[in-house]
Ligand binder design. Structure first.
Ligand SMILES: C[S@@+](CC[C@H](N)C(=O)[O-])C[C@H]1O[C@@H](n2cnc3c(N)ncnc32)[C@H](O)[C@@H]1O
Ligand SMILES: [Zn+2]
Ligand SMILES: [Zn+2]
Length: 332
């Protein structure tokens, strides 16, 4: 399958990514030591360029950030006093906790930052081969309150599809995100949400699970991997549901899925009445809905456990009331 965003080879199933994890960002024996540039040093005092390794062709992260800063300075978007931190947040295309600064190959990095223009973003893509996409950072993307609509960041150039690797007691999953439309939640070593699922598993709760605000599907799919017999994934926001569908495909073997059926099409933007978009069968019966969690149980069967993972500070009382038909509600 080609990348649904750009048509290139950004998408790979879990089986092709997970076995290679150890070597993704490693140095070869010819790589020079990491330059470890001071992140608060002004551009004017930094080296002009740092060479890529001639053997493996990778670049240290600092070299890539320095090249991006150079382009931004040339476009008049930064000046000689700006430092590497001013560039923005580097998001590795395959994300998992690293104990070292990564070395980057071609199209291994998406950059999310403020004060970018389309012309500068195109130029970054042309001149810095390690960058696969440039996102203008305007907000936390997604739906906090359906009445107030949805927020998105802007993909200025390239592709914004990246994945995070979620590691747990039950095994590993790969979760794709179209990152200009889905909030960033980089996997941390401590992974509190995954630890919570492991605890619920030990309590025997992961049987019939509803992931009511599923985003790209992280928690619900992890419950399926943990052996739940039925999982309902629901989100109001079309990009989240499109990511869930991609993640069902990407983790098909891990989740022992035999068949995925596409039932109704997704609704652009926000959907109110829940619609059953897809159903997967195999080791776990998985249903994917797009709709308001407040209305979900007019269509879907309740579970013994309902997970409510909203944005920090979002009000959930009404949603919790609407989910009271489930035996237990856990706010994540
Ligand atoms: C914090 S995110 C979920 C993150 C997700 N559990 C994960 O681990 O990747 C909250 C999600 O709730 C969704 N949302 C907000 N209000 C909703 C509602 N009333 N019904 C359904 N989904 C809603 C948003 O679209 C967003 O994807
Ligand atoms: Zn792509
Ligand atoms: Zn090398």
């Amino acid at each position: 399958m080609n990348c649904p965003r750009c048509g290139k080879d950004c998408y790979k199933p879990a089986d092709e990514i997970i076995p290679k994890l150890d070597s993704y960002y490693m140095a070869c024996r010819h790589c020079a030591p990491d330059p470890d540039l001071a992140k608060d040093k002004p551009f004017g005092d930094l080296p002009i360029q740092i060479e890529r390794c001639k053997e493996c062709r990778t670049a240290p992260l600092d070299a890539v950030m320095l090249d991006i800063l150079q382009v931004l300075v040339e476009h008049g978007l930064r000046n000689k006093d700006d430092d590497l931190r001013s560039v923005g947040s580097p998001l590795i295309a395959v994300g998992y906790p690293l104990a070292y600064a990564p070395r980057l190959g071609q199209r291994a990095l998406i950059i999310l930052g403020k004060r970018f223009t389309e012309a500068a973003a195109e130029d970054i893509l042309k001149r810095v081969p390690e960058v696969k996409g440039v996102i203008l950072d305007r907000c936390v993307p997604g739906v906090v309150d359906p009445h107030k609509g949805a927020m998105e960041n802007v993909l200025l150039a390239g592709c914004d599809l990246r994945c995070d690797i979620l590691q747990s007691l039950f095994g590993d999953l790969i979760i794709y995100k179209t990152q200009s439309k889905i909030h960033i939640e980089f996997p941390r070593q401590s992974a509190p949400k995954i630890r919570l699922l492991e605890k619920l598993y030990m309590e025997g709760e992961l049987k019939q699970v509803v992931d009511g605000l599923c985003g790209p599907g992280t928690l619900g799919l992890m419950c399926a991997l943990a052996g739940a017999e039925r999982v309902v994934l629901n989100d109001i926001w079309q990009p989240a549901i499109e990511n869930v569908i991609l993640n069902l495909e990407a983790n098909k073997d891990q989740l022992k899925i035999d068949k995925i059926e596409y039932i109704e099409s997704t609704t652009p933007g926000i959907a109110s009445e829940p619609v059953l978009v897809a159903r997967a069968s195999g080791a776990c019966e998985i249903e994917v809905y797009q709709g308001d969690l407040g209305l979900l149980f007019s269509r879907a069967k309740p579970g013994n456990l309902c997970l409510i993972d909203h944005f920090p500070k979002a009000e959930t009382l009404e949603l919790e009331n609407a989910c009271s038909c489930c035996d237990r509600i856990v706010k994540v």
